[in-house]
Ligand binder design. Structure first.
Ligand code: 13P
Length: 284
């Protein structure tokens, strides 16, 4: 069984007005939780991993575990490169079998961003790998990627149209007020801006930083064209809080086959909830 690109699943989501959830994974246990739950709920799914995760777990380990999961479950899904910036690193991972990438050149000026992303698209499409890129800039922290609030920038709808036409990307990550990590207060999303971007751009749109965004806001984003919803922080918190709690209750615990169970169960609840909110259950 092979790992698929995100292209077809996002197009289907766009046609049928739901979103495919993209869950950040880190190891065997988190992959098992996402795949088992998505399969049970018959939801298409994207497993996302940042450069730091590939370094931690090993590219070949991650690819092999994911291919095995797809094969055991007869369930093709995408293993995705989340926020990758280094072109030769992305090329190596595509050559190793990954078919869904995000090239993040959002910190570069507009023309440079277009230049880098266009080159990546030309390379990736030869392998039928789908390409997501970001215009504007999300604030917050995603692993080693830290963007101060003052350096964040919203996506301009006219610039988005030109960006998509010139780069020929398959999906566009928009900056409309969401941020990576936890929010201090209630997040404020610029739905007018999202509607304007949707009017100008006809490829699937991606919402990053979905942890902590209230259900109604995520649903409204999906109704306005978001087809992929990225979740990382909420999963990490659920997993680690349950682990901490279990060690508190059982200070002598030392068997990962036991102490991992409550952590996996807590993470599973979040995955189930996000699939429900995305409206992707039953859409396989
Ligand atoms: P959160 O960690 O805020 O859920 O963001 C995830 C994300 O956007 C991954 O790219």
């Amino acid at each position: 069984m092979y790992l698929i690109s995100s292209q077809e699943m996002l197009k289907k989501a766009q046609r049928e007005c739901y979103a495919v959830p993209a869950f950040n994974i880190h190891n065997l246990e988190t992959i098992q939780v996402v795949i088992d739950t998505a399969k049970q709920m018959q939801s298409p799914v994207i497993l996302a991993a940042t450069p730091a995760t590939y370094s931690y777990a090993g590219i070949q380990y991650l690819i092999s575990i994911c291919k095995t999961a797809a094969s055991i479950h007869h369930f093709p899904f995408a293993l995705h490169l989340d926020h990758h910036e280094n072109i030769s690193d992305i090329q190596t991972k595509i050559e190793a079998g990954i078919r869904s990438i995000m090239i993040d050149a959002s910190h570069h000026p507009f023309e440079e961003n277009i230049d880098i992303v266009s080159k990546m698209v030309a390379f990736s499409h030869k392998y039928n790998a789908s390409v997501e890129a970001e215009l504007g800039r999300l604030g917050g922290q995603e692993d080693d990627l830290i963007v101060d609030h003052k350096d964040s920038a919203f996506t301009d709808p006219d610039a988005a149209k030109e960006y998509v036409e010139r780069t020929r990307i398959d999906s566009l990550a928009v900056a409309i007020g969401s941020a990576h990590g936890l929010y201090k207060g209630e997040p404020k999303l610029d739905f007018d801006r999202l509607a304007k971007i949707r009017n100008k751009v006809d490829i699937p749109l991606v919402l990053h930083g979905a942890s902590g965004i209230p259900e109604q806001m995520v649903k409204q984003s999906i109704s306005l064209g978001i087809c992929k919803v990225n979740v990382a922080t909420e999963l990490k918190i659920a997993f680690s809080d349950a682990l901490k709690q279990d060690f508190k209750l059982h200070p002598d615990a030392n068997d990962p086959r036991h102490y991992m169970q409550p952590a996996k169960a807590a993470m599973k609840k979040i995955v189930e909830d996000k699939i429900r909110i995305c409206g992707s259950a039953g859409k396989l």
